[in-house]
Design a protein around this ligand. Structure first.
Ligand SMILES: Nc1nc2c(ncn2[C@@H]2O[C@H](COP(=O)(O)OP(=O)(O)OP(=O)(O)O)[C@@H](O)[C@H]2O)c(=O)[nH]1
Ligand SMILES: [Mg+2]
Length: 369
């Protein structure tokens, strides 16, 4: 699972990336226009894994992970430059859209002044224009082909026209519902405005926990709510605020120092944790857990997956030889404190192949090889 961090230049993308991945890629007051994308794998913080590790004291503890990639900024009206970013976005599962809300005269703003709502609009429109260009090109190519007697793919043509219609109304494709057939055709079309999106409002250090921050965030929410008329698609968008610079500082500290720093700021946990969690939710991902003396581990699956498919995450042999899953949800487990007590109290359930795995299920698979 991979998310691309996008935004205008100097919005703080690399700063947020550094905070997420604990790397130290150079950040500059000038726009970055060349170079390769930065990739980094990030552990998904999970208090359940922490707690199970405390109880089992295993040799190894493994968290779920997601990957982030950071690249150059998008530029208003620069299709050629933006295409480079779109080529990266087309292969990711979601985007993290960083918006500059921090004031700092030393850091150049590509539009010359800080104005988060305007910047959101610019960026969303660049995604939409990129997709519109793509849809029109494909339709034109189909027409060319038709002239030479080539039969057009009717399903694709209908879909392209539907997309074009939405895009011309400045509606991003993530706010359009597509049925199963359409989604299948969509797979190879490489649109970017269709990606689920987390908006990160990058506020200045002095604006943290202020009315100004709250107001900005609620404006951002209102903007996206107004754009999205279909309540069933609301899960494809989320927004939050943080201060990239502070998060990056926290990420470079050791755990004790970080705790003291957070206490000073009156914050319970780094906003990054929330960003990672929100990214995970947005992708429709949940975790099930396995535990023992060797390893406590979180496994990533798509919501809706059944017990047998989940077993396949661990090993294809376990999926093939699946007999039953012994399941207890984390909260139930914690309320009794040990597997043997859970078994005595009948809290450990035996589930079959078709059981839909829930977030936080602790599972022991029984299988034949
Ligand atoms: N004061 C303040 N400065 C920040 C904050 N976040 C980023 N900056 C500064 O803004 C400048 C640009 O940050 P980057 O993270 O490089 O921004 P970027 O979006 O990656 O920029 P490009 O890759 O050039 O498009 C750097 O000098 C950062 O230190 C913040 O929250 N507060
Ligand atoms: Mg950068």
């Amino acid at each position: 699972m991979r998310l691309a961090i996008i935004g205008l230049s100097n919005s703080g993308k690399t700063t947020v990336f550094n905070a997420l991945t604990r790397q130290n890629i150079e950040t500059t007051i000038y726009p970055t226009v060349t170079g390769e994308p930065n990739y980094g794998i990030v552990k998904v913080p999970d208090y359940r894994v922490d707690k199970l590790a405390e109880i089992y004291k295993p040799k190894k503890v493994t968290y779920a992970t997601v990957e982030y990639v950071d690249y150059i900024g998008l530029t208003k009206g620069d299709i050629t430059q933006n295409r480079k970013v779109f080529d990266l976005i087309k292969d990711v599962d979601a985007i993290v859209h960083v918006i500059r809300a921090f004031e700092d005269d030393a850091v150049l703003h590509p539009m010359n002044e800080v104005n988060p709502m305007r910047d959101i609009e610019i960026l969303e429109l660049e995604l939409i224009f990129g997709d519109l260009e793509l849809a029109e090109k494909r339709l034109a190519r189909m027409e060319e082909g038709a002239k030479k007697g080539k039969k057009p793919n009717e399903a694709e043509k209908r879909l392209l026209l539907k997309c074009k219609d939405a895009l011309e109304k400045e509606i991003p494709l993530r706010n359009v519902s597509f049925d199963n057939e359409e989604q299948k055709v969509m797979k190879h079309l490489q649109f970017v405005s269709i990606k689920p999106e987390v908006v990160v409002l990058n506020v200045g250090e002095k604006d943290l926990n202020t009315e100004k921050e709250k107001k900005l965030l609620s404006d951002v929410d209102a903007y996206f709510r107004a754009k999205n008329q279909d309540p069933s698609l609301i899960t494809r968008h989320a927004s939050l605020s943080l201060c990239g610079k502070v998060e990056m500082e926290i990420a470079q500290l050791n755990p004790d120092e970080a705790r003291a720093f957070l206490d000073d700021l009156g914050i319970q946990e780094p906003a990054l944790n929330k960003l990672i969690q929100v990214s995970y939710d947005l992708l429709g991902l949940i975790s099930f857990l396995t535990c023992g003396e060797d390893e406590v581990r979180a496994w990533t699956i798509k919501k809706g997956i059944n017990a047998q498919q989940a077993a396949g995450k661990i090993h294809s042999d376990i999926e093939r030889g699946f007999i039953r899953a012994e399941v207890i949800n984390f909260d139930d487990f914690i309320s009794v404190g040990s597997m043997s007590l859970a078994r005595d109290k009948g809290l450990l359930r035996l589930e079959g192949k078709t059981y839909e795995v829930k977030d936080g299920d602790i599972i022991n698979f029984r299988f034949n090889v």
